[in-house]
Design a protein around this ligand. Structure first.
Ligand code: IMP
Length: 195
């Protein structure tokens, strides 16, 4: 269910909010769900010292809140990739532009993602990580657009389902902007050029 567009959901003053048509997940909803996920992960990984792996840059906001709400020892590391360019023919092609600093061999990995859409990015990165023989590898995503899936990916921890919407905020961007909105919302359609 959509959250109605409430003035109280918006941080004031914030210049960015004039571009938002509707709030989909308020700051409170996001924080509550992130704390629940952190609780689940803390219970499941007690004594295992997991390594949380994220892909720059969108996941940074989610990763930070998730980790701060975890109550067990854990560490984090990041990769960076060049995502596919919708203008190019090589749709789905992903290239690693920054590798992890830590060795993952024998570690319990939790791959943390902001959105899983087609699953192409995630499936490529999971293959890369599996080849490095971690002790275990699970996936935690904040938003799951499962209807868009082109390849199957195993999602163990999921924040919210999010179908057929392009959203910004809480790490998600449109052309590099809007990541630092504390809520997730839809942009006004006249601002979008997704072609
Ligand atoms: P895919 O699963 O390989 O299709 O790619 C998922 C990536 O697409 C995410 O990590 C985001 O960077 C991007 N993405 C998908 N949906 C959205 C959205 O609604 N807003 C912003 N970025 C999105």
């Amino acid at each position: 269910m959509d959250t109605p567009f409430l003035a109280s959901s918006l941080h004031t003053p914030n210049e960015l909010t004039k571009d938002i048509r509707r709030v989909i997940f308020s700051e409170e909803e996001l924080q509550r769900r992130v704390r629940e996920l952190a609780g689940q992960i803390s219970a499941d990984y007690r004594g295992l010292d997991p390594l949380l792996v994220g892909v720059l840059r969108g996941v940074v906001f989610f990763m930070t809140d998730l980790m701060q709400a975890m109550t067990i020892p854990a560490s984090l590391d990041f990769m960076a990739i060049s995502r596919y360019d919708p203008q190019q023919k090589s749709k789905g092609a992903v290239r690693l532009t920054k590798d992890l600093e830590e060795s993952v061999e024998g570690r319990h990995l939790i791959f943390v993602e902001d959105v899983v859409d087609t699953g192409l990015t995630l499936s490529y990165l999971l293959r890369v990580l599996k080849a490095r023989t971690p002790a275990s590898l699970e996936v935690c995503v904040l938003f799951d657009k499962s209807r868009h899936r082109l390849v199957d990916v195993p999602v163990k921890y999921k924040g919210f389902d999010l179908q057929d919407r392009f959203v910004v905020g809480y790490g998600l961007d449109y052309r590099g902007g809007y990541r630092h909105l504390p809520f997730v919302g839809e942009l006004k359609p006249e601002l979008l050029n997704l072609a």
